[in-house]
Design a protein around this ligand. Sequence first.
Ligand SMILES: [Zn+2]
Length: 463
Amino acid sequence: MSLKLTFYGAAKTVTGSRFVLDTRRSSILTEFGLFQGHRKKSIEINSRIPEAALAADAMLLSHAHIDHSGNIPRLVAAGFGKSIYSTPATIDLAKIMLLDSAEIQERDAEYMNKKHAKREEALVEPLYTVEEAQAAGYSFKPLNYHETREIAPGVKVTFYDAGHILGSAQVLYQVKGRRILFTGDLGQPRLPVVRDPERVPDPDIIISESTYGDRTHSPVEEAKERLQVLLQDAYNRGAKIVVPAFAVGRTQALVFVMHELMGEGRLPSMPIWVDSPLSLEATQVFRKHPECFDKETWEYLDRDEDPFGFFRLRYVKKVDESKALNHISGPCMIIASSGMCEGGRVVHHLKNTITDPNNLVIITGFQAPGTLGRRIVEGIETVRLYGEEFPLNCQVEVLNEYSAHADKTDLLDLFKGYNPKKVKQVFLVHGDERQTAALGAAISELGYQNIEIPEVDQGFELR
Ligand SMILES: [Zn+2]
């Protein structure tokens, strides 16, 4: 009854999620994410397609984030022609995110090639093109939450809500009498817009994420109050507020909370711009999938209100409209990507904001080492933008509570929900070493045994 699980990414790190489950009769690929890190290493890792991934009989995608989906176009272009199953909302989000990613890859290659041409070095190719991203879109097949389907001989799968972003799923595989749970990225309970994570019944084997295996967030309710106080202060002094935010998930959650605060009369009305074409497209996908919303969001719909649009809010699509925001004075708020300030429109808003001590920058998500966002959080004195130094004089606040990831308490709650004696093996992925090891130690104290922290390319026989 041989059953083998091999990890090809997101092992002892948070990006590049992918693994293959091999039953001898058929094999299933789960995720094919982009590795994100230093440029040279990223290109090397992302260019390589493992044989086992290409040879799989079917594929699953837990949610649309690029670290889980971002290399699918390259896989398909390399000859993978099988179906990729995910929830309908994930399909819609993945299509726009992969196109956006392809545009970035093409722009990056073009930029590199200008430099390479000057130095007479070999030209680089984008990881994949817009055309390849479009073609990959045709491989997706919808599978609704709670619908069980045999996607390859002897392998049944069911999606359960992961409460992480719109359409996100935990996956239950039923194969050779075993019930294998993959948490995907797990959300934290009480996040705005999406439902809370569901409990998947009775797994024998658990593959769990561990992004915040050693960290706890303060409750979402407190975050709303903190945001209110911060924004009221900023309003009183006429501040321009810039919020770097990921285009999918964080932006919609923030817009939802701003709508609530202003609607409840807890904040004076101020103009808000969401300056990101991808955010606008993603928000349109959110509007198309109310089946994924939580109760509070449904209450807005019941009152005929759009939870992602209200009269104070404008979505900015065109570049010249984005530039026009440079000349607008506060109080006002601009939400723009990228979330880690590494590129995108947020960079020119930072340039126009950070030198004035009256202004406010709110950091809302995880900032990877080496990114501009991380340096801003660490409080450096000057910031390098477009090749020039600017003093960082404005107020900077970090609001991690809207993280779409479960924290240590939430992850432990998941494990407390199962009987450690009935779970034969646990695999911890999608976390840096310290976070993963801390979660491993904590669940071992709960009585779990056979806890594995896989290396890249490491395979395991399942019990
Ligand atoms: Zn994610």
